[in-house]
Design a protein. Structure first.
Lengths: 64, 289
């Protein structure tokens, strides 16, 4: 997918998150333009980040 | 929705959640008169009339999509929101620059019949149009210094991006139903709408849509100031190559996702389109994915 409000592909956004992992809200605020944009991509981006285990708080929750 | 793959219910829900109020969500009391020039008010007038042209477009979509009740239902939302854009700009002029309010006749002039067109091509055309309009309005927001119109253009830009995402969803659905036909239509329009040599202001309002009315058959030709758009883009908001590249990437990036194949430039899209005419391993693999 390509996020118009971020002028970036999902891959690029998720790569930024991989390099500099942030919690959900901060990820959207810092790595995307979604907060000032249309918001259509937020759920899908967070789902992908969660699936790829790129959300720090998710990793902490799942740790043994 | 019982037994169907209709997109309309979920789009209705998401767009209703995102909807803003013309009366309450535009900061009308923040207006700063010294920051609005007459030329800028003229541009707002032209944009209000351009948004009004959603009316003949909605009529075209409903006429050309009688086979697709799901998409036709979505057009009710799209039409409502585009007319609301026009009304918001009209309300701005009514409050702050009433001399620039369009007449009813000027609004009616952009409502004219479009020739029947292939539904999938119209779908892709308007996806590209929304991507472009999103960037035009973001650029217009940066150009203006008056706070209320800056807020309005940012709000409209977000709506246009949401519309593009909805059109994308219907393109994805079309690919799942008629893969080859849809791919041919979408790549054809993608090539057309990213080719700056053909037409610098590549937007549906610049296309000839009624042979019987030629050459007065583009929306822009029927504006009170038909030369306004190119002047606005080049000399006023300065929609330069940086902005143009964002439009191109918005279109190509989404087509790349749609076809599940890397498309980083117009050349890639042309090559992918060529591969459909003489199916290669690449195209066959993509189409079977």
């Amino acid at each position: 997918m390509y996020c118009l409000c971020s002028n970036s592909s999902f891959d690029d956004i998720l790569e930024r998150q991989r390099v500099a992992p942030l919690p959900r809200t901060e990820m959207i605020n810092r790595h995307t333009g979604c907060a000032q944009g249309c918001g259509s991509c937020i759920d899908a981006l967070l789902a992908e980040a969660e699936f790829l285990e790129l959300l720090p708080e998710e990793r902490a929750t799942c740790a043994p | 929705m019982n037994g169907t793959n209709m997109l309309y219910p979920q789009l209705f829900d998401s767009m209703e959640q995102a909807r803003w109020s013309l009366a309450n969500d535009i900061p009308w009391d923040h207006f700063e008169r010294a920051k609005l020039s007459e030329r800028q008010a003229h541009g707002i007038k032209m944009n209000a009339i351009l948004e009004w042209s959603a009316m003949p477009t909605a009529e075209m979509f409903l006429r050309d999509n009688q086979h697709d009740t799901d998409f036709a239902a979505f057009i009710s939302i799209w039409f409502f929101e585009e007319q609301k854009h026009s009304l918001t700009l009209l309300e701005y002029l009514r409050r702050f620059a009433p001399d620039f309010l369009p007449t009813e006749a000027e609004l009616a002039a952009v409502r004219f019949s479009f020739d029947p067109a292939p539904a999938l091509e119209s779908l892709a055309l308007h996806f590209c149009g929304e991507v472009r309009l999103n960037q035009w309005y973001r650029c217009a927001r940066e150009y203006h210094t008056e706070p209320v119109i800056r807020h309005i253009y940012a709000t409209l830009a977000a709506d246009e991006a949401r519309h593009a995402r909805a059109y994308y969803s219907y393109m994805s659905k079309a690919l799942s139903i008629a893969r080859i036909d849809a791919a041919q239509a979408f790549t054809k329009i993608g090539v057309l709408m990213t080719n700056a040599r053909l037409n610098k202001a590549m937007h549906p309002t610049n296309l000839h849509v009624n042979k019987a009315l030629y050459p007065n058959d583009t929306v822009n030709a029927r504006l009170p100031d038909p030369k306004w758009l190119s002047t606005w883009l080049d000399d006023e908001i300065e929609f330069d190559q940086v902005w143009e590249a964002r439009v191109e990437q918005g279109i190509l990036g989404n087509l790349s996702s749609l076809f599940a194949t890397p498309i980083t430039g117009v050349r890639d899209l042309r090559r992918f389109r060529e591969s459909m005419r003489t199916p290669t391993q690449e195209f066959s693999a993509t189409m079977e994915a």
